[in-house]
Design a protein around this ligand. Structure first.
Ligand SMILES: NC(=O)c1ccc[n+]([C@@H]2O[C@H](COP(=O)([O-])OP(=O)(O)OC[C@H]3O[C@@H](n4cnc5c(N)ncnc54)[C@H](O)[C@@H]3O)[C@@H](O)[C@H]2O)c1
Length: 358
């Protein structure tokens, strides 16, 4: 049997077709299946493998257990000229979040700013795809979500707060500004990835259930907690996400969101997105010029010894994406086997691999 850690290269188009087919076979209509597949593959392209197509088995398991409705359509209600509310009706988080950001952009184009909440939703993967969608349309954005408990309040040792990403984007020159960060030292998906790949995790990422530092991903995931960035300040950001995407939207908060491995009930995730026109206070042209100056100042700053290059937030991921669009996405055999098992179960063709020399 092949070593599960053997590298496997896959073209992004093939990964997207595979993911779309898998979702359609599981009962997701073609349009939301395509949105979801594209966002997952975008994460793999950008090097955020913790939120790529390897997430599909957990979504499919939720559908099989009847706690995620593959075919529901999110519904939207306009509350004010700049504010709208979406009920995702427990369908995939991706189409619900796409509707939210697109609506926020449309509200912002007429009102200057658009604010949209989403309740009864699910995991939407890597937040960057949403702020990028707004930046591509020429808008600044903020994206917040809730997530299942994984972080303790500062000084605590039991998971209570979600490690949900905080994302902010702006169109830029030559690169957009894409900040997408979990308030933990590492996203929990990276611990799952280390477990899948049989790797240790660095000290400082997580504590085990006894509150001790651990390098073992299994111990971290078995009742342990993730460590916040910047101590109590990281916890403060996690509480902010509970306030904005949970308390304010009407979705679950303070432990109210169900984790991906728990298939006993709907996840109850909430999102809050904001879009802003770039030309509110300066002209569009001046905004672009000023972003160019900011980028130049940041990446051109005097470097510390041993540092080859300074990056603008989101730029490393963009370079990774350009490379992987050309050369393929690297997975490992064990990951591909798990995905192909889902394909066999649903009667869908397996993930097509790149053949060396072709
Ligand atoms: N949907 C969910 O519930 C959920 C929960 C947690 C995390 N996530 C996702 O997990 C992913 C990983 O999160 P993370 O916090 O581990 O990301 P990360 O630490 O890899 O990056 C965080 C941010 O810092 C920037 N950055 C990183 N290194 C840099 C450098 N050397 N110079 C300049 N900027 C740099 C990145 O561009 C990014 O914007 C994100 O895409 C996030 O959306 C999703």
């Amino acid at each position: 049997m092949a070593d599960p850690q053997t590298p496997v290269l896959v073209r992004h188009e093939d990964a997207e077709t595979f993911a779309t087919n898998l979702l359609i076979a599981a009962g997701v209509p073609p349009a939301p299946a395509a949105i979801t597949a594209s966002a997952l593959v975008e994460a793999d392209l950008r090097g955020v493998e913790s939120h790529g197509i390897n997430r599909l088995p957990s979504y499919l398991a939720r559908m099989r257990h009847g706690v995620l409705d593959p075919a529901a359509s999110p519904t939207l209600v306009h509350l004010t000229p700049a504010v709208a509310q979406i009920n995702a009706h427990n369908t995939l988080g991706f189409p619900a979040a796409a509707l939210a950001i697109d609506t926020a952009v449309s509200l912002a184009s007429t009102s200057g700013i658009g604010l949209v909440s989403v309740t009864a939703s699910n995991h939407f993967g890597m937040a960057a795809w949403l702020v990028r969608r707004a930046a591509t349309a020429g808008f600044l954005s903020l994206v917040f979500t809730t997530a299942s408990p994984a972080l303790a309040p500062w000084g605590g040792r039991v998971p209570l707060l979600g490690i949900a990403p905080l994302a902010c984007g702006a169109p830029g020159s030559p690169h957009p500004f894409i900040l997408d960060m979990a308030p933990s030292v590492a996203a929990r998906g990276r611990i799952h990835r280390a477990l899948r790949r049989g790797e240790a995790i660095p000290v400082g990422w997580a504590l085990d259930k006894e509150g001790r530092e651990t390098e073992d991903p299994a111990a971290a995931l078995d009742g342990g907690v993730m460590m916040p960035v910047g101590g109590p300040k990281g916890v403060g950001l996690a509480v902010m996400m509970e306030v904005l995407a949970g308390v304010m939207t009407g979705a679950g908060f303070a432990g109210g969101v169900v984790g991906p491995g728990d298939v006993s009930r709907p996840a109850g995730v909430g999102h809050l997105v904001v879009a802003m026109r770039a030309d509110l206070f300066v002209s569009a042209e001046e905004f672009r010029e000023r972003m160019g100056v900011l980028w130049g100042e940041v990446v051109g700053a005097e470097r510390r010894e041993g540092v080859d290059r300074i990056w603008f937030p989101g730029e490393r991921e963009q370079v990774c994406e350009e490379r992987r669009r050309e050369g393929g996405i690297p997975y490992v055999r064990g990951e591909v086997e798990v995905l192909n098992e889902e394909a066999r179960r649903l009667g869908v063709e397996g993930l097509r691999e790149m053949v060396e020399g072709v």
